[in-house]
Ligand binder design. Sequence first.
Ligand code: IVH
Length: 682
Amino acid sequence: MSNNSVSQSDYEELKKTLNYHSYRYYVLDDPTLPDVEYDRIFQRISQIEAQQPDWVSSDSPTQRVGDRPLSAFSQVAHEVPMLSLDNAFSDDELRDFSRRLKDRLKSELDIEFACEPKLDGIAVSLLYRNGELERGATRGDGATGEDITQNVRTIPSIPLRLLGDGYPEVLEVRGEIYMPRQGFNALNDKAREAGEKVFVNPRNAAAGSLRQLDSRITATRPLEMCTYSIGFVEGGDMPARHTEVLEALHGWGFLINPEMRAVKDIEGCIDYYQRVGAKRDQLSYDIDGIVFKVNDRNLQDRLGFVSRAPRWAIAYKFPAQEEMTLLQSVEFQVGRTGAITPVARLEPVFVGGVTVSNATLHNRDEIERLGVMVGDTVVVRRAGDVIPQVVSVVKAQRPDSAKDILFPKNCPICDSLIETVDGEAVARCTGGLICEAQRKEAIKHFASRKAMDVDGLGDKLVEQLVDEGLIHSVADLYSLTSEQLSELERMGVKSADNLVAALEQSRTTSLPRFLYALGIREVGEATARSLSRHFGNLASIVEASDEQLQKVDDVGPVVARYICEFFAQTHNLEAVEALQSAGIHWDDIEIDEADEPLADKTFVVTGSFATIKRNDAKKLLQELGAKVAGSVSAKTYCVVVGGGAENNSKYVKATELGVQTMTENELLELLAEHGAYQLEQG
Ligand code: IVH
């Protein structure tokens, strides 16, 4: 069909479809369309727009890529001021807050509170007129902000046009724009490699990305927006409870925080604070506290405001994720691949909920960029389970005695020369396995959970074994005896027996695990799986040429080179042989069905999953050639039913149609059978 035969209503329909799927992907985190199909529709819309430029409207998904740079932001006066929040730092302060509310309301009845994580980002206001995004603005001083419409339009979780109906004619939605940790770390890693400016934390990265006069730059930044309130509303009503307001916003296309709950009275708030606090590190974004709001909006109106904060809300803060402390010295650690990492030894400081005394300084460039010296006061950041980092230096507090940090020329462990490859930020020890540090790290990696999974062989024990001269290589592990082990300090007969048994058990493994355990640069679990599925056996991988390797998904020229280099070294081949002689074995993977064993089979995945993310499950199924659909039909091959889905419509339909179902565990077994997933051993 040529584009000329497409009617404008077909085009509008395509746009609507894509906007809906974009909402499922970015807001509901539950896509029902494979990525390729999404891209195909996007391409189709772009093609039509190229032929019919008059049809292009501002809510087209193609209009999220950014616009020409502005010379300055214009000012925006907020119709309703954007307030801030009072803070509480203890349970007692929270109880005082509740006491003040009850006194003011002259009521001892329980109060219902809406609880939401306090996102650490930038507050913004979005104005919709007749469902269309008209303006985005920063909070500014609360009364006046800056017009950042072009920039907010590039953020995929912000609807350009509201979904469904029932929204007010004019609706101002407020929320926080933030950068999830993963995106932040990736952005900084890339900048660090390229020797460009890195951001101190996700909040600064979000602020810097939004403050771009060139929205095409904003479009490349991984930003999200989560809505948490409304401002100006005209020509329509909103529900009576705050949590219902947010649910309504969600239905119209906005992302709301999935942790949001309504609880009874202040003790419910304290429970919530503890529960979310316990999983703060596991969240995919930074939060600096919990916001509690009186849920009944009539009560909110009765309570009103004091100066710049509402009386009906409070932010209960978590321990800070950034603190200042003293840099006492710098040590240089040697990693598994010889990478030299400068590590800051710090005066212990409580940050992000734990006491931190070491932080990474990444590499030589980073030391230069920070301009840091021993004796400086530095800002340390610890967020999530990422290792603590030195993010800035308080130069005003530098003592006269501060000393330069000297990057060593020789390895601090084996004295081999340290080399820096042009274009790489990382300096490496050239000692290879002669270097005891690299040997230790290689053995630790080999024994680790996702590799050979040798239970009981932790990092400390590996160090001890190498230090005592009991092992020199990974294969030596398999000749260790209970007698030898039980002579080690802090090692009883029982633990020694257990370790020997664990080593024995690890002899039976899988090709992906073994390949990953070898510790080839850039060969992580996923690449090890792809290689195994593609080649089926180790010998073929060892012999594969650069070109053949690059045919594997995931493997580009750099990884292919590392793999070739690894197997070109005699000592690595000897290590592999020694391991096989020590009895390490696995089943090869049938190569005939290796590529797409689930081709032509359609799966539907529903419910919540405990071991892997539902989206990852879908991706792995697709890797094996399966189609993943959003609804069940007679053509569905199998419905994977996660927790809580036992009574949902997809499950019921599957039963009605006689379509087979499987549990999450059965799915994991199926994926493992085809080398797409590694089951935990033992
Ligand atoms: S409500 C009148 N809810 O915290 C109520 N604010 O210190 C105004 N923030 O400027 C805000 N997460 O940027 C609210 N769930 C949340 C929030 C939140 C983060 C930020 C917001 C505000 C600041 C107040």
